[in-house]
Each structure stands twice: as C-alpha cells, then as structure tokens.
Design a protein around this ligand. Sequence first.
Ligand code: NAD
Ligand code: WQD
Length: 340
Amino acid sequence: MGMRKGRILVTGGCGYIGSHTIVDLIDNGYEVVAVDNLSNADESALAGVAKITGRQVRNHVIDLAEREPTLRLFREEQLTGVIHFAALKAVGESVQQPLRYFYNNINSLLNVMAGMAETGVNNLIFSSSCSVYGNTTDLPVTETTPRQAAESPYARTKQMGEDILQDYCRVHPAFKTVLLRYFNPAGAHPSSLIGEASANPASNLVPVITETAMGKRSEMTVFGDTYATRDGSCIRDYIHVMDLAHAHTLALDFLLANRQQSNCELFNLGIGEGVSVLEAIRAFEQVTGQRLNYRIGPARPGDVEAIYANYDKAAAELGWQPTYDITDIMRSAWAWQQVR
Ligand code: NAD
Ligand code: WQD
C-alpha cells in the first residue's frame, strides 16, 4: 500500500451517498474520517464499508449544527479536504418543519466552513441538488439554466448553501469548492453490503418500488399519469449511487490538482436521460421477474413534470461518465432490499 492521497472528512458518512462515496475514495487512494450524528443512519454502513474495502473508518458522533464540537473535530484531525453530505433531506418533512431544516442544514454548513477556515483546510465538495432548479421547463438542465424559486424549505437550504459558498469564495481566493447538483440517486453497491437505509420511512420512488415488491407495503401509487410526457407519468434522471460516488472522488482530484477555473465550480450529476415512473416500474419488473402491485393515483403536489440533466461539463472537466442505467439501479436496489 503506497502513500494515500490525502485525508478527507466525510460528513454524513454513515448515510446513503456518504457511505458509497467512502468506498470509492478508499478504492482510489484516499484516507477517510467520518462524522455523523446518526440522526438518519447508524454505524452499520461503516461495517459494510470495512467488509468491502478492508478498512475500518472512524466515525465522530457529533452534531455539526453545534459549533464547539465541530471546531474541536477540525482541530483534532489533519485534513486535506471535506465532503459535506450531512443534511436533512426529506422534502415533505421540510414543509412541515421548516425551522428544523434551516437550523440543521445551514448551521452545519457554517460550522464546517468555520472549522475549515480556522484550520486552513481549503478543499470542499458540497452536496447540492437538482431541486435548486425548481420548476424549470428548460430541458435538459445545464449548470447555467437559471434556478427557479425553491419548491420546499429543503430545496431552499440547498440554494442558500450554494449562495453562502459563492459569497465566501469571492472574498477567499485560496478557498476552493465544488458544488455538485445530484439528480435522482438510486441503487446500491453491487456487493449488497451497503445501500439506502434511512431511519426515516422511504418516500423516493426506487425504495418504494422495492419495499412494495418485498411485501413491506401492500401496494404503491404512481403519482399522476396525465402529465404532458410520453406515457403521462413524471420524468426524472435516475443516477446510480456508484456513479455518483465516483464523481466525488473525481471532484476532489480536480481540486487537489488545481484544475478548476474558478474557486467555486458547479456540476450537474445525472445520466442525461429521462426515465418515466411507468418505465422505471417496467424496468424493475423486467430485471426481477416480480410483478409490482401499483395503482395510478393523483399527482403529488409540488412535483415537477419532467427534469433531467445535461452533464457535459462534468464529462469535460472531471472526466466523469455514468456507467450504469435504470436496469442496473433496479437490480442492485432489489438485491440490497432482500438482505437489509
Ligand atoms: P442520508 O440521510 O442517508 O445521509 C445524510 C447523513 O447526514 C445521515 O446519515 C445523517 O445522520 C447525517 N446528518 C444529518 N444532519 C447532521 C448533523 N447536523 N450532524 C451530523 N450528521 C448529520 O442522505 P443522502 O441521501 O446520503 O444525502 C446526502 C446529501 O446529498 C444530503 O446533503 C442530501 O441533501 C443530498 N442529496 C440527496 C439526494 C437524494 O435523493 N438522496 C438528492 C440530492 C441531494
Ligand atoms: C421520483 C418520481 C414521483 C414515489 C426528490 C427531491 C429532490 C432530490 C431527489 C434531494 C416522481 C414518482 C415517487 C411514489 C411515485 N432529493 N413517485 N410514487 O421528487 O424527483 O426528487 O429526491 O435533493 O430534491 O425532491 O424523487 O423519488 O420522490 O420521485 O409515482 O410512491 O417518482 O412523482 O415523479 P423527486 P422521488
């Protein structure tokens, strides 16, 4: 084993995207330290990471919305960079509990930035979301497509996070950040040792599908079939979590090699193809041979009719390419559902 490329703090490292990213970072020569307050996860994901990579990652159980413990963590660890995943992410819950979402997501970011400033750590990757585009009709979405009003407090925390980092970068030229706007992450590691395991009940399409097929739900609802799309159901850009994880490693490589043109870079991460809800269901049925018990219901308030990414910028500047499609997503999500 040669020299590692640097030591990275992964916030939200016990969560869904964080745990998959840790695997990719270790596989690509980074050393990782995690911090997670276990509000939506437990440390079993890190046991899965250890089985996959042969490395046990240490987790600090700290609430990043608290300033002092967060600063202490930065003083203790000698870090090369930070990937900031930690956030609350349930869109519907954020509508009901806006202050909790603003408190958690904004304070966590501010405290991480303060810790970085105090200890001279200058490389940050931030988890943003396609939800910052709001109800856009400009498809496919590029990084320069204007953001529309946020459809939820959750989405607003992501817009605010982007704005905070942009303002900070303007006056701190040594600080470098990459904002990654994820489209719809889904699927699991091919080993089925890690996957999506929220403490909160699932509301995203792919886990709802696999839980219905497992019998954990008696049926599922397709939210609307009268949209102006090819089959009437909503269109999204489902990106495999392994492809998404690798983009974080590439974004770090990019910052550490100083290949950025600005100290605040922005990338869409989607596969560039729209898949409808009914197509996703069909893909699941084909891959698994299961028949899914679904019915057509009313549209879900706040849903965008169709959104998918243009990822040319990530391809050109990060050298990133998606390698998995919706069938791979369904196969791995189903395998994970059966063992979790
Ligand atoms: P997740 O809930 O699985 O992971 C987030 C982790 O952060 C959890 O383990 C949680 O316990 C931890 N956390 C939350 N608040 C914290 C705090 N104050 N201090 C310490 N730890 C805290 O979610 P995920 O799907 O892995 O999402 C990771 C990031 O990506 C989030 O910022 C999310 O908003 C963003 N994102 C997710 C999606 C998606 O659909 N999954 C899409 C776009 C963007
Ligand atoms: C996908 C499609 C539903 C469940 C959310 C956030 C977004 C980002 C990704 C964090 C939609 C349909 C779903 C069901 C259904 N997260 N659906 N029946 O809403 O595109 O995006 O997650 O940043 O910000 O808003 O994802 O998985 O909930 O829905 O028909 O039981 O599946 O209507 O068209 P969404 P989703």
